[in-house]
Design a protein around this ligand. Structure first.
Ligand code: SF4
Length: 150
């Protein structure tokens, strides 16, 4: 997934969800349904240098070729972001699916459990599952590939 509601360059940017609640209610894990709606929203997907390298290998391209064909300057001109197609969707969206799923950027992996924005549920088809704090940490770690989940 890519495009962004909130500011994923900030940890938890745009409003964290699935955070343990202090009133005793269960935490929530959002189970992605791979609807790809988030790959079509306006915004940008920032890339780290390591992500560029991984994506280039995955595509079988030299890094310089990958950068040329699939990236652009980020909006603040402080790094690279994935290009968009003329219709606004992510350049890596292919046939309704992410063409780089195994190596997709962390920003994409973190949505919607570690960042999102108000009202995302009206577009995102992820199913909210009430879970224990411990289970939420386990599921979010699996979904995002991150080792430490608060
Ligand atoms: S369910 Fe949500 S996070 Fe998953 S692909 Fe759809 S919009 Fe993106």
């Amino acid at each position: 997934m890519r495009n962004v509601i909130g500011d994923p360059s900030q940890p938890g940017g745009g409003g964290a969800v699935g955070v343990p609640l202090s009133d005793g209610r269960p935490s929530v894990f959002y189970e992605c349904q791979r609807c790809a709606a988030c790959c079509r929203w306006p915004g940008q997907v920032r890339l780290t240098g390591a992500e560029v390298a991984r994506l280039a290998v995955f595509k079988g391209l030299a890094e310089s070729d990958f950068i040329q064909r699939f990236t652009r300057l980020a909006g603040d001109r402080r790094g690279l972001a994935l290009q968009e197609k003329p219709n606004g969707e992510c350049v890596l969206l292919d046939g309704g699916q992410c063409a780089a799923q195994p190596v997709k950027p962390q920003q994409c992996r973190d949505f919607p459990n570690l960042w999102n924005d108000a009202g995302f549920e009206t577009i995102c088809r992820a199913i909210p599952r009430p879970v224990s704090d411990e289970e939420r940490r386990r599921l979010v770690a699996l979904a995002t590939g991150r080792e430490k989940i608060l």
